[in-house]
Design a protein around this ligand. Structure first.
Ligand SMILES: [Zn+2]
Length: 304
């Protein structure tokens, strides 16, 4: 089996290099342009309309947000924070394991595994050649942060994020500010009130990598994994834990690097494995009971 060392593509570039007889590294390289949005900005970004006085309105939901100006230091620090967070959560998280020997090493054919790498290159100040563009709003926490989202299937991909999305925070089980329903999670089939550790930027970058929500491609809580805690407590759910299926971007890209030359090569398949044990990133407040309308109450309050 042969392989291409470099692939350049619209969504990102990638490099496949041998490290030793039993290991290769596949690094995804994403060029990112960061656009600072100031309160004085008067324009529309998709469904977000900025009035030039720091007011932003979501034309779809009617939600309103307020912007703060960026200080020079805040903006100078931001690209580095962006890079640090994205690589902390996505670089070197998976190994791809082959089902049979495939790699022609000096010692013969080996079942070499692939390390999955991720590098971010911030291309500011020039947006040319960026694979992804992020609009960064310095949104006031009150009334609320803009709902971060990523437009995929456009070139470059465009993300809308808040300055504070780089922070690790608790996602509370109480009704989400953008939705009416409570975020409840099924544990052993019962509804529980669960809080999650969450990093919005790391989650949004998962979308840039082409990943959908853990259990469907919508913005409803079912897509975020409310039916089971294992899905919900994951990066493309509501938490930060990595799951095997999030290695998909590397598996797909590896397939383009490999040049399969015969029927034996065609049988080689890789599966993703999370490299390190994943800590639990949630706090279970307890089982809840529906008591009518939009109201839920802790079961323990009934003495059960
Ligand atoms: Zn999402």
């Amino acid at each position: 089996m042969h392989y291409h060392i470099v692939i350049k593509a619209d969504n990102w570039d990638s490099v496949l290099l041998p490290l030793d007889d039993n290991t290769l590294a596949l690094s995804i390289q994403v060029r990112v342009f960061l656009q600072k949005i100031e309160p004085s900005e008067r324009r529309e970004f998709g469904k977000l309309s900025c009035d030039g006085n720091g007011n932003v309105k979501d034309l779809e939901t009617g939600n309103k947000y307020l912007l703060d100006p960026w200080s020079q230091t805040e903006w100078q620090k931001f690209p580095n924070e962006f890079k640090t967070i994205v690589t902390r959560y996505w670089d070197n998280q998976f190994d791809l394991i082959p089902n049979k020997p495939w790699y022609k090493s000096p010692k013969g054919l080996t079942a070499a595994k692939i390390n999955c790498g991720l590098a971010v290159d911030i291309v500011n100040p020039a947006p040319q050649n960026a694979h992804a563009k992020f609009m960064v709003f310095n949104t006031k926490k009150i009334p609320k942060l803009i709902r971060s989202h990523t437009q995929i299937g456009v070139k470059p991909q465009v993300g809308f994020i808040n300055k504070d999305d780089t922070k690790l925070e608790w996602l509370n089980w109480l009704p989400h500010i953008y939705r009416k329903e409570h975020i409840l999670t099924k544990i052993n089939g019962q509804s529980h009130a669960v809080d999650y550790l969450h990093n919005t930027l790391a989650h949004e970058f998962g979308h840039v990598l082409g990943l959908e929500h853990v259990s469907g491609n919508t913005n409803k809580t079912t897509s975020y994994g409310e039916e089971n805690i294992y899905d919900a407590d994951s990066m493309m759910g509501m938490g930060i834990a990595m799951r095997e299926k999030f290695s998909d971007p590397w598996i797909k890209r590896l397939d383009r690097h490999l040049v399969r030359q015969n029927s034996d090569d065609a049988k080689v398949k890789f599966s993703g494995k999370v490299k390190t044990p994943q800590l639990l990133g949630f706090w279970d407040n307890g089982e809840v009971k529906h008591v009518g309308n939009d109201n839920w109450i802790f079961k323990r309050m009934f003495g059960q």
